[in-house]
Design a protein around this ligand. Structure first.
Ligand SMILES: [Zn+2]
Length: 52
């Protein structure tokens, strides 16, 4: 499950598998799907990450 967390008053979405944080929930879900299926991160997706 993608986790919602607040950082500095803004909401971000975190991939539960790899822990990267994204501004868009869509991107976090994409990341989590990819991480779950491939057991690793997609660099295309994690390049959009704002937090680790
Ligand atoms: Zn991920």
């Amino acid at each position: 499950m993608v986790q919602e967390q607040y950082r500095k008053g803004k909401k971000y979405y975190f991939c539960e598998k790899c822990g990267f944080g994204y501004q868009e929930s869509n991107t976090a879900h994409e990341c989590e799907d990819y991480c779950g299926k491939n057991n690793k991160c997609s660099r295309d997706i994690t390049s959009n990450a704002l937090f680790r």
